[in-house]
Design a protein around this ligand. Structure first.
Ligand code: 4NP
Length: 150
């Protein structure tokens, strides 16, 4: 499972951490593996945004990730790619049009919000980070439940 956003410092590393939390809660660490990356290169090597990490910590989640950019190998190393928004979905498909790997929006797993973007909290205020946390907590949980039921 590869979660993708633009910078790989706000949304996708949090999606990865929350997906991992749900995996651990179900004792399924041996069965699923996840990572995250960005379509952009601006933040390569950085840790997640300090505002994202502070908000996650307030919600009981501590995590770390080294930001990296989407690479061509990701299309063969992962069997499912999950972009945070429609722009990233388009860019993932454009970067490797030959690939048949499924690419499906994160919020297609957020009941009632299918087809919506996970809003980018980068230029917003504190509430944006909590909104993203709540969206990703329920979407990654629903995604794992769907995988388990297959
Ligand atoms: P992310 O958020 O894609 O959720 O990591 C962003 C991080 C950085 C920028 C934009 C979005 N930026 O423009 O630097």
């Amino acid at each position: 499972m590869l979660f993708v956003c633009l910078g790989n410092i706000c949304r996708s590393p949090l999606a990865e951490a929350l997906f991992n939390k749900h995996i651990e809660e179900q004792g399924l660490q041996d069965k699923y593996m996840s990572d995250s990356c960005g379509t952009g290169s601006y933040h390569i090597g950085e840790q997640p945004d300090s505002r994202s990490r502070a908000n996650a910590s307030d919600n009981g989640l501590i995590y770390a990730h080294n930001a990296r950019q989407l690479s061509i190998d990701d299309y063969t190393e992962f069997d499912f790619i999950v972009p945070m928004d429609a722009t990233n979905l388009t860019n993932i498909k454009k970067f490797n049009p030959e690939s048949n790997v499924p690419v499906e929006l994160m919020r297609d797993y957020d009941e009632g919000y299918e087809g919506s973007d996970v809003p980018d909290p980068y230029f917003g205020g504190d509430q944006g980070f909590q909104d993203v946390f709540d969206i990703l907590d329920r979407s990654t949980k629903a995604l794992l439940e769907k995988l388990i039921s297959k």
